[in-house]
Design a binder for this molecule. Structure first.
Ligand SMILES: Nc1ncnc2c1ncn2[C@@H]1O[C@H](COP(=O)(O)OP(=O)(O)OP(=O)(O)O)[C@@H](O)[C@H]1O
Ligand SMILES: [Mg+2]
Length: 236
C-alpha cells in the first residue's frame, strides 16, 4: 500500500506549486510586455519609414503632374502596395497591443475586441449563457488572446463577415465557443509558420484546459475551449 503524504511533503509540494505559478505569472507578464514592445517598434520604425516614403512618392507624383508629364502607372501601383503594407502593419500593432483587461471586466474587454473586429468589417455576436464575473487575471488574459486569435482567423481565412462567440460557465469550467459559417478547412497538421491555433492549444493546456477545433471544408469552423476556473498550473 502507498504511504500517504506526510505533512512536510505536502507543504513542500504546495510551496513548489506556488513558486511555479508565480514563475508562470512572470512569464505571461513578460510575454505581454514583449508584445507591446514589438507593437511600438513596428509603429515607430517600419510605419514611420513607409509613411515617409509614401509622402515622397506623392510629392513626386504631384511634381510630374504639374510638369504635365505622364505619371507612370507603376508609381500608382507602388503607392497602393505601400498602403496595403501600412494597413497590415497597423492591424498588427492593434493585435499585439494591450487588451486593457486591467480597466475592464472580461465581458467588456471581449466587447472591446468585437468593436475592433467590427471596424475591420467582421460582425460578431456575443452571447453569455451565464454570469461570467471576474476571473483570475491570467486566465482572463488567456481567454482574450484565444478569442482575439479565433476572430482574426475568421476574418483572414473564413471568407464570411459574421462570427459568434458564446461564453458559459459550468461545473467550475469556463467554455468559450467561437463559430463561423465560412469556408472551413481540413483540420490536421498546420504548416510550420502557422502559430495561431497552436497558440490556442498551448494556452489551454497551460491552464489545464482543452482546446478543440472542429472544421470541414465548406462547413464552417468552431473553436471550442474549456478552461478550469480555478487557475491550475499544468505541467504539460
Ligand atoms: N476560421 C477559419 N476558417 C477557415 N480556415 C481557418 C480558420 N481558422 C484557421 N483556418 C486555417 O487553419 C490554418 C492555421 O491557422 P493558424 O491560426 O494556426 O495560422 P494562420 O492564421 O495561417 O497564421 P498565424 O500564425 O498568423 O495565426 C490557417 O492558415 C487556415 O488555413
Ligand atoms: Mg491565425
Amino acid at each position: 500500500m502507498q504511504q500517504p503524504f506526510s505533512r512536510s511533503e505536502f507543504e513542500a509540494e504546495n510551496r513548489e506549486l506556488r513558486e511555479q505559478l508565480a514563475c508562470l505569472q512572470r512569464l505571461l507578464k513578460l510575454q505581454e510586455r514583449e508584445r507591446q514592445q514589438i507593437s511600438h517598434e513596428i509603429h515607430d520604425g517600419f510605419v514611420q519609414y513607409v509613411v515617409a516614403a509614401q509622402m515622397s512618392l506623392e510629392s513626386l507624383q504631384a511634381k510630374l503632374k504639374a510638369d504635365n508629364s505622364t505619371v507612370p502607372k507603376e508609381l500608382n501601383q507602388v503607392h497602393e502596395w505601400m498602403e496595403r503594407g501600412l494597413a497590415e502593419a497597423r492591424q498588427l500593432i492593434d493585435e499585439l497591443g494591450p487588451t486593457f483587461i486591467d480597466q475592464r471586466s472580461l465581458v467588456e474587454a471581449v466587447e472591446f475586441l468585437i468593436g475592433e473586429e467590427e471596424r475591420r468589417g467582421l460582425q460578431v455576436s456575443l452571447r453569455c449563457a451565464s454570469e461570467i464575473g471576474r476571473l483570475d487575471p491570467m486566465l482572463e488574459q488567456a481567454v482574450l488572446r484565444i478569442i482575439q486569435e479565433s476572430l482574426a482567423n475568421v476574418r483572414r481565412h473564413a471568407r464570411v463577415d459574421r462570427a459568434q462567440i458564446r461564453l458559459s460557465k459550468c461545473d467550475e469550467r469556463l467554455r468559450i465557443l467561437v463559430r463561423d459559417n465560412g469556408l472551413g478547412f481540413a483540420v490536421g497538421k498546420y504548416p510550420r509558420e502557422c502559430f495561431g491555433l497552436r497558440g490556442i492549444d498551448e494556452r489551454a493546456k497551460l491552464f489545464s484546459g482543452e482546446a478543440r477545433v472542429l472544421s470541414r471544408p465548406g462547413h464552417g469552423t468552431v473553436v471550442d475551449v474549456e478552461l478550469p476556473l480555478v487557475c491550475n498550473l499544468s505541467d504539460a
